[in-house]
Design a protein around this ligand. Structure first.
Ligand code: NAP
Length: 492
């Protein structure tokens, strides 16, 4: 890394309206960063000396002009004075837009501070990046920064493909702007960006798609990932709130495996795998709405995934993509831990979507009597016809009873009340596949009635563990699964 910051440096970017608030943010968060960027253009009562005195880390001093997406509206002469004041007060770097009228002479004017020559392209699209860097690098400077806004899946993937070569020089920063460009920020860090900008907290981003200090350090563990890592990703739309990166990156590091996992939001699935990537993509978790497209995109598909009609796991091996469905396997493990033998037991299944299909398939070999209830009764009928079981009327749900109730609908994800009011003794075990809320209203009711409960988190960790094992050929022990569970969902 260039001079003052360590490998894969994380730069806390602060954009606050006052000197006082900027100093407060520095005091709170700079210890977790390697550098700090002060956005002088947003500060009303700029006190340069007080700001620089409060910085314990190398400083990037920026006064972004409004014509380049910043807040500074005054004349360029005045903006240069602000930059010079930062340099005089001890800033390590000063950010100068390549398009500014003083860019050519900035390095001499601002010495000994180093100059970052920057260009921010907010209009959606992907410019010719080698040409853009060459243009900036014709201006005297130390670091050359380009921010672009990919307009499509293809452009995001093209950006990722171009990054390793563009960043190999070690004096560049290349950023993708926008929520969907987060992979470019993460992978750019691994491929040689001089630093990665981070916000102090969600809502305090200085650029769209910026990750927080905590995400970079604790979720992605960016500075601990080996340089020659392979990649895995969750692909879906949306995926911004996925828990999978935190879980898989935890396991990679715990097991000392050189993997890195990130979330990739794509509108269309097949753009990702039909083209060869120039970076080592080894595994994918596939989520809504791409599970059916994934099945079609695989070169080989395991029987259970074909029967489920959906692939949630892809693994690149022997020159082809293998598809499987770990939801099917992951569903049964927590249930078997409570009821080892389901033969002849009555199981009530709510739902007929992808999750219900995985559950029905998993239950198929157990010999249980399956009763399927779905709001759309035709879908319940189709599921029963495809995989066995009896389709029942949704409005008769209150009359259902048996050993196990499984909720495989989306009801409960937003805290909705369950579609039935449980009665004492109606079920022995209640299994809710919803995992983003603990406990769901259904499980609260079940608990109050003394029933055994299984939360969707158990299945989530189990299906993820099976994905991890496929990609790495490295089995996860019970204690490693449990540690992953606790990492994501806390202690039980
Ligand atoms: P999906 O394919 O979209 O199916 C959604 C299901 O929910 C359908 O049966 C749908 O009924 C039903 N539904 C939705 N809103 C409803 C409402 N207001 N009233 C009645 N029924 C409603 O989704 P999915 O992939 O099966 O996912 C379902 C749930 O399982 C989600 O909460 C998901 O997070 C969870 N899941 C958990 C795991 C895990 O690892 N724990 C894995 C996969 C899925 P209609 O057919 O009538 O529309």
């Amino acid at each position: 890394m260039l001079g003052d910051a360590p490998q894969r440096a994380i730069c806390l970017a602060i954009q606050e309206p006052s000197t006082r608030e900027t100093v407060r943010q520095l005091e709170l968060h700079q210890s977790a960063a390697d550098l700090v960027e002060i956005r002088a253009d947003s500060i009303r009562d700029l006190d340069v000396a007080a700001l620089l005195a409060a910085c314990e880390k190398p400083v990037i001093w920026t006064c972004r002009a409004s014509w380049e997406g910043g807040h500074f509206e005054g004349p360029e002469r005045r903006r240069l004075e602000v930059l010079e004041a930062g340099a005089r007060a001890g800033a390590t770097y000063v950010d100068v837009e390549g398009a500014s009228e003083f860019a050519a002479g900035a390095a001499a004017l601002l010495a000994p501070a180093k100059v970052i020559v920057s260009r921010h392209c907010f209009d959606p699209g992907l410019p010719e990046l080698p040409a853009l860097f060459s243009e900036l690098e014709s201006i005297p400077g130390d670091v050359f920064k380009v921010a672009v806004t990919p307009a499509s899946d293809e452009q995001l993937l093209q950006l990722l493909d171009e990054m390793p070569a563009l960043l190999s020089r070690g004096n560049r920063v290349l950023i993708g702007l926008g929520e969907r460009s987060k992979p470019a920020r993460l992978l750019g860090a691994l491929w040689g960006n001089c630093w990665t900008y981070a916000s102090a907290a969600a809502g305090r981003e200085t650029g769209s798609g910026q990750l927080t200090l905590t995400e970079l350090r604790e979720e992605y563990r960016l500075q601990e990932v080996p340089a020659d890592c392979f990649f895995c990703a969750v692909v879906g739309n949306p995926v911004s709130h996925s828990l999978s990166p935190k879980l898989h990156n935890f396991w990679f590091l715990e097991k000392g495996l050189p993997g890195f996992y990130f979330a990739l939001e794509l509108e269309q699935f097949d753009t990702l795998v039909v083209r060869d990537r120039c970076w080592p993509l080894r595994g994918l978790s596939v989520t809504i709405p791409h599970k059916v497209a994934a099945l079609q995109a695989c070169d080989f598909v395991e029987d259970s995934a074909r029967q489920a009609g959906a692939v949630n796991t892809m693994h690149y091996r022997d020159g082809g993509w293998w598809g499987s469905n770990t939801d099917v396997e992951g569903f049964l493990t927590p249930l078997r831990a409570r009821i080892p033998d389901l033969k002849d037991q009555n199981v009530t299944l709510l739902g007929a979507g992808g999750a219900a299909r995985a559950a029905a398939l998993a239950l198929g070999d157990s010999g249980c009597r399956l009763h399927i209830y779905n709001r759309n009764v035709e879908r319940a009928g189709q599921l029963a016809a495809d995989l066995g079981g009896e389709s029942c009327r949704w409005d008769k749900l209150d009359e259902a009873s048996g050993r196990v109730l499984v909720n495989a609908t989306a009801i409960g994800m937003r805290g909705e009340e369950p579609p039935l009011r449980l009665r004492p003794g109606q079920f022995e075990v209640v299994y809710d596949m919803v995992y983003n809320r603990r406990p769901t209203p259904l499980l609260q009711q079940a608990r109050q009635l003394g029933m055994k409960v299984i939360g969707g988190e158990e299945m989530f960790v189990e299906q993820a563990a099976r994905q991890f094992e496929r990609w790495t050929d490295s089995p996860l022990s019970e204690s490693e699964r449990r540690a992953g569970f606790e990492r994501i969902f806390g202690d039980v």
